[in-house]
Design a protein around this ligand. Structure first.
Ligand code: NAD
Length: 367
């Protein structure tokens, strides 16, 4: 990869390579944009086939975080880190503490968090070396499992979609097809059932399906979820489930769920709207987890987290307003909302790094 040419094209500020021979750590941190604040984004561990593959992934994911933080109204930029390695074999205390030291050397420009194949325990090792990590255990002032907050934000986003389509926000008046009753999905399903809505669910996890049956959900086979006659399709499992094969099968008015990267390609978001369906852009509707960890930076407070996540309703409405203003699909309007905020704030020059180092941390001092 021509790194500088790619960074210029994608807009990255900084890419840092870390190597720690003794523990075998090989990591890349990509800082995409810090106009709004320090770059926050998770740490992914993956047995990449090549260094180029790892680099491509970290550049793509860090850029995505800039948009997610910006659209969410957070004073944070976008960054991400990847470790090249096998999560089953290569982890050790020294490995993560070495990474913590490296992250600390970035002086607060990058803040890490959990992601695919990294855990709260790994974050605790990193926290031993740097304050620039969120998603730490609750005993250290962390916010704990973000899934309930992600689910709540998704519910708020669904309500904004209901209002756009039907002129009301009453969850009980619509029917739902939920794909995936995992950590996020199960909370969404519970909220919908408590409201009295008709909910159809698919998952391969029998225990979760039993829970759903007890709540009064209808269960369908994995592939049958796309054919369910419902008002809202709620993807909460895999990415890329909105694609050429599934769009003609969907019988819903709204696509709104927590899954990342729901559109196989951006054009599928346009295609949904051509068919009269509303799409809640994934990185905006599922930002509750990010908001939850971001609050750790000011001293974690659950009430404040819920209050902020409640605002996802307004964010989705803002996206729809931009879509109407500019005559563009919602996926594009979300990007525009993010870009407009970054452009507006780039002239304000928030003194974020200095302010953050003086933050009133709610965390306990390290042992
Ligand atoms: P999870 O792994 O707990 O749950 C996913 C569920 O989907 C599991 O129960 C799994 O059995 C099921 N599943 C897998 N393949 C399926 C298929 N083909 N059909 C139906 N079900 C299938 O994950 P999660 O934390 O609940 O996250 C769900 C989605 O939301 C993911 O895309 C994740 O990236 C995204 N997300 C999660 C958070 C969070 O706070 N956890 C935040 C933002 C985005």
């Amino acid at each position: 990869m021509e790194l500088f040419a790619t960074a210029e094209q994608m807009g990255h500020e900084q890419v840092v390579f870390f190597h720690h021979k003794e523990s075998g750590l090989k990591a890349i941190v990509a800082i995409h944009n810090t106009v709004l604040g320090p770059a926050l984004g998770g740490l992914r561990m993956w047995p990449y086939d090549s260094e180029d593959e790892a680099l491509t992934d970290v550049l793509r994911l860090s850029r995505g975080m800039t948009y997610k933080a910006a659209v969410s109204g957070l004073n944070l930029g976008g960054g991400k880190s990847v470790i090249i390695g096998d999560p089953k074999k290569d982890k050790s205390e020294a490995f993560f503490r070495a990474l913590g030291k490296f992250i600390d050397s970035l002086g607060g420009r990058y803040i890490t968090a959990e992601d695919v194949n990294t855990t709260v325990n790994d974050m605790e090792y990193i926290f031993a070396e740097t304050d620039n990590v969120v998603g730490v255990p609750e005993v250290h002032g962390g916010g704990g499992d973000p899934s309930p907050l992600t689910a709540y934000g998704t519910i708020r986003g669904i309500q904004a979609c209901l209002n756009r389509k039907y002129g009301h926000t009453d969850l009980s008046k619509a029917s739902y097809a939920v794909q995936g009753a995992g950590n996020v999905g199960i909370h969404i399903i519970r909220t919908l059932r408590e409201a009295g809505a008709k909910v159809t669910v698919c998952d391969m996890n029998e225990q979760r399906l039993e829970e759903c049956k007890e709540m009064g959900c209808e269960i369908v086979d994995l592939d049958a979820i796309y054919d369910v006659d419902c008002d809202v399709y709620v993807p909460c499992a895999l990415g890329a489930t909105v694609n050429d094969e599934t769009i003609p099968r969907l019988k819903c008015d709204i696509v709104a769920g927590s899954a990342n990267n729901q559109l196989a390609e951006e054009r599928h978001g346009t295609e949904l709207e051509k068919r009269g369906m509303i799409y809640a852009p994934d990185y905006a509707i599922n930002a509750g987890g990010l908001m939850n960890v971001a609050i750790e930076l000011q001293g974690y407070n659950k009430d404040r987290a819920f209050r902020q996540v409640k605002g996802i309703y307004d964010i989705i409405e803002q996206i729809f307003a931009i879509a109407d203003r500019d005559g563009i699909p919602s996926w594009q309007a979300a990007d525009r909302l993010a870009e407009e905020r970054i452009a507006a704030m780039s002239s304000v020059k928030l003194p974020h790094v200095e302010r953050r180092s003086k933050r009133a941390s709610g965390r306990r001092p390290k042992a």
